[in-house]
Design a protein. Structure first.
Length: 441
């Protein structure tokens, strides 16, 4: 009886949270093609102004990789009306914070301000778009900043090149084959005119979505958006190339030596479909079954019970065009990478053969219900979700409906998707190992 009461109260609590988390929004287009999404949340006196541009590392010239990430930094240098070095001072003076990030598919800028500084945030983002100053001193300054970031986060970071090496070996034609941070040699070789041309091509209102979320007056917000973004001219229409990869039909073997590690890691990676597909969402669930937490199948078996690995994991690296399903492990003691792959394959075969139990299925549903609540638990999270669902998925209302898609995934689909994508002849096996002693080279 006690368990039944607990289960009932939990169900009611989750039901209440899910209902409360429904996100109301309004969307429309400016005459220049910029898409606008507004979300009013009066619960706290804060507001987020954010712009997501449909440009990422996949849009770069193969001889000029790193441009999209470089612009994440460069467009904080200043504008016609914001002096060099003044951007962060203005944000701080108005009690705000700001940041930006870049992926293979998009670039995202945002400010978090007290709600009475909304107009400042809108003005600043419109300045970034309409009046950026792209000159040699800014390029040279940010070149050094990006190089330092690469040294810190990639070159000197243990296992820092893992994703880049997976992508390099998984893709032949698609621009996903290079790292988001790009090549420092390419950035060094680029001219100022090339940077200016990249900005003109991709940083236009018709290649962006503006999201304003928080405690806002809708009518006043629309008036300010028209005032600051309305006059910005539409850019040239961008035609995106389509890159098709041939199916992987036999195991790809690769080795990468990392001078920053002492313990080898083995990686098994499978090319998967776009994050917009239902199958990609099923693969998310498969990752959870295999490696989400210490009670997951891989961790319990390989780390806890058999003591074969220091670490084991799996995740679905979803992207706009393709994804990669990545499993990894660090063997310990006398066990080898081959031993770990054998154990991982056994668990995948179980998923491909048997339906997961009803109990495991319910646990999975609860995890994704919780994920849904958490993803929309802050106004910052809501703003980025609204932008992503519009720009990358083409459906803003997924912020409210995607959870139902996960709930509708069946045990049979989990089995069938594992059969479809997670086979030995469809993968990369990457041995990510310590670099050999230089004296031995």
């Amino acid at each position: 009886m006690k368990k039944s009461l607990i289960a009932l109260s939990t169900m009611l609590m989750l039901s209440g949270i899910t209902s409360a988390q429904k996100v109301a929004f309004e969307e429309y287009d400016l005459d220049n093609g910029m898409h606008v999404i507004l979300h009013n949340d009066p619960s706290a006196p804060v507001v987020i102004t954010s712009v997501m541009y449909h440009v990422g590392s996949k849009d770069e010239n193969p001889e000029r990789t790193g441009f999209a990430h470089f612009f994440e930094h460069l467009l904080f240098e200043g504008t016609k009306n914001i002096g060099r070095g003044e951007w962060f001072k203005i944000v701080t003076a108005n009690g705000g914070t700001n940041n930006a990030n870049t992926s293979d598919d998009r670039t995202y800028y945002f400010e978090v301000f007290p709600s009475n500084s909304l107009e400042v945030g809108l003005w600043m983002e419109s300045e970034r778009l309409m009046h950026p100053v792209i000159n040699q001193i800014g390029v040279d300054t940010q070149n050094e900043v990006v190089k330092e970031e690469k040294r810190l986060r990639v070159d000197n970071q243990p296992y820092g090149n893992l994703i880049a090496q997976v992508k390099k070996n998984m893709f032949v034609n698609h621009p996903y084959r290079w790292a988001t941070i790009g090549s420092m040699e390419h950035l060094d070789a680029a001219t100022l005119e090339e940077f200016q041309a990249f900005n003109k091509k991709f940083y236009s209102p018709n290649n962006a979505v503006l999201v304003v979320a928080g405690q806002i007056d809708i009518a006043q917000t629309k008036a300010w958006i028209q005032k600051y973004f309305g006059p910005i001219p539409r850019g040239e229409k961008i035609t995106k190339k389509t890159f098709v990869e041939e199916p992987i039909t036999k195991t790809i073997r690769a080795t990468y030596e990392d001078p920053n590690i002492q313990k080898p890691m083995v990686v098994a990676a499978y090319r998967t479909p776009s994050m917009k597909t239902r199958d990609a969402r099923v693969l998310d669930m498969i990752s959870t079954i295999l490696s989400d937490g210490k009670s997951s199948r891989l961790y319990k078996k390989i780390v806890d019970d058999k003591k074969m690995a220091l670490q084991i994991g799996a995740f679905n690296y979803s992207q706009e065009d393709y994804g990669q399903y990545i499993l990894y492990g660090m063997p310990q003691g006398e066990f080898t990478s081959e031993d770990l792959i054998k154990e991982i394959d056994e668990e995948i075969v179980k998923l491909q053969t048997d339906l997961i139990s009803e109990n495991d299925y319910q646990k999975l549903q609860n995890i994704y219900e919780n994920n849904y609540v958490n993803s929309n638990s802050s106004v910052e999270g809501i703003a980025e979700n609204l932008a992503s669902y519009y720009l990358l998925y083409g459906d803003v209302n997924l912020i409210n409906t995607e959870n139902a898609m996960y709930r509708s995934i069946t045990r049979e689909e989990i089995r069938d998707v594992a059969r479809k994508y997670l086979n030995p002849n469809q993968r990369l096996i990457l041995d990510y190992v310590p670099a050999k002693d230089k004296a031995q080279n």
